[in-house]
Design a protein around this ligand. Structure first.
Ligand SMILES: NC(=O)c1ccc[n+]([C@@H]2O[C@H](COP(=O)([O-])OP(=O)(O)OC[C@H]3O[C@@H](n4cnc5c(N)ncnc54)[C@H](OP(=O)(O)O)[C@@H]3O)[C@@H](O)[C@H]2O)c1
Length: 355
């Protein structure tokens, strides 16, 4: 069918004659400049963001006063983040009370630090040991109280597919990473409250997004929940609770993961082994190898966050440490579940009897 072009007589349109009049700009334009001035929108945005980051940078540089008079108690100082934080704070002049899991770790730390730093032995999964450590801290800090409690100690055993594990495997890691942390916090709380101090709890990206099986991520989800809850309860007393969420860093926890997985596989019943197959085990081990390959060797991004949570006048509530945490895991944790499921499934091997 041919197009019919209607001819419109301009006189029929009733257009105003004479010079063209400019339409008055709506006042809304002054209040919502982004709607009419898209080219300047980015400028406004850049200025606002710039001011926001400038203010944040300025605020976050300010530290609390009298640092050299403050006591900080740190758990798990034999190695890794705890060990480095103890040395870092000692070098800054703070009075570090370092709890080590072993006598050897304590001796080595004392050798490398000043006379200010004192050590004790603590197994956070044992309440008697926690009570003894609390008495030791009380005896040192007296009525001044404890400025900082850093719940850093933790274990990684065992990270493995859930079906390969027993209730005991879950209990072991939860007993240390979550119940141990809670026990230490409850015992030390009166001392921290006395100085209106800080609690810094070590979580993980595994506390934001479950990537692999076992009790580790469950324990870290628990740490997040406990920290959020206790922060709200302690805020009226002037106590701040900060949460550290590191990505992957090379420490003894990361290094022992593959060993642990292979020892778990040895005990898996043969019918379950058949469901998954040897290839699955090797694929899972490969995940650990890839994690180690991509892990950060420099622990400072984490210990700097811990330090900031302890000494900044304006500490943050959550600290994502490491680019993998900031750019991948934490953003993914905010996505809808189906997106996270899809992304995580890409990294997990297929079982031998997958349908
Ligand atoms: N490395 C990472 O990529 C990463 C990422 C996210 C979160 N984290 C968390 O960071 C914290 C520190 O771990 P890390 O990476 O520094 O590994 P690490 O070097 O193994 O440090 C863990 C420390 O906790 C001690 N510990 C273990 N069980 C304990 C217990 N029952 N009581 C008291 N102390 C105990 C360990 O002592 P021994 O050395 O004598 O066993 C060690 O000193 C952990 O909570 C971990 O979950 C680590």
């Amino acid at each position: 069918m041919p197009f019919v072009v209607a001819r419109v007589d301009e006189r029929e349109l009733d257009l105003p004659s004479g010079p063209v009049q400019e339409r008055p700009v709506s006042y809304a334009a002054y209040f919502f400049p982004f709607t009419v001035l898209p080219s300047t929108m980015w400028l406004y945005l850049a200025v606002i963001l710039g001011l926001y980051f400038l203010r944040r940078w300025y605020r976050e540089r300010q530290t609390v006063e009298k640092l050299t008079e403050k006591y900080v108690f740190i758990t798990g100082c034999d190695s890794g983040f705890g060990n480095q934080l103890a040395k870092q704070l000692d070098a800054k002049g703070l009075k570090v009370l370092a709890a080590c899991f072993t006598q050897k770790g304590a001796k080595e730390l004392e050798r490398l630090t000043s006379d200010r730093l004192k050590t004790t032995i603590l197994d956070i999964s044992n309440t008697e040991s926690v009570v003894a450590a609390t008495e030791w801290v009380k005896g040192i800090v007296g009525s001044k109280g404890l400025w900082g409690l850093v719940n850093n100690a933790g274990t990684g055993t065992h990270v493995a597919p859930n079906e390969w594990l027993t209730k005991d495997d879950f209990a072991k890691v939860i007993n240390v990473n979550l119940l141990g942390l809670i026990d230490v916090t409850l015992h030390m709380l009166p001392l921290v409250r006395a100085s209106r101090g800080r609690i810094v709890n070590m979580s993980s990206i595994g506390g934001r997004l479950i990537m692999l099986g076992g009790g580790y991520c469950l324990s870290k989800f628990g740490v997040e929940a406990f920290s959020d809850c206790i922060r709200r309860e302690l805020q009226p007393f002037g106590v701040h609770v900060g949460i550290i969420e590191p990505g992957s860093f090379i420490t003894s926890i990361a290094v022992t993961s593959e060993e642990g997985l292979r020892s778990v596989w040895e005990k898996v019943p043969s019918d379950i082994k058949e469901c998954y197959g040897q290839q699955y085990l090797e694929g899972y081990c490969q995940i650990f190898k890839d994690i180690i390959k991509g892990s950060n060797r420099n622990l400072h991004p984490v210990t700097d966050c811990m330090e900031h949570a302890l000494i900044s006048r304006y500490p943050r509530t959550r600290y994502g440490a490491g680019w993998d945490a900031k750019l991948y895991h934490i953003p993914l944790s905010y996505m809808p579940t189906f997106v996270a499921d899809y992304m995580v499934a890409l990294t997990i091997p297929k079982p031998a009897q997958a349908v």
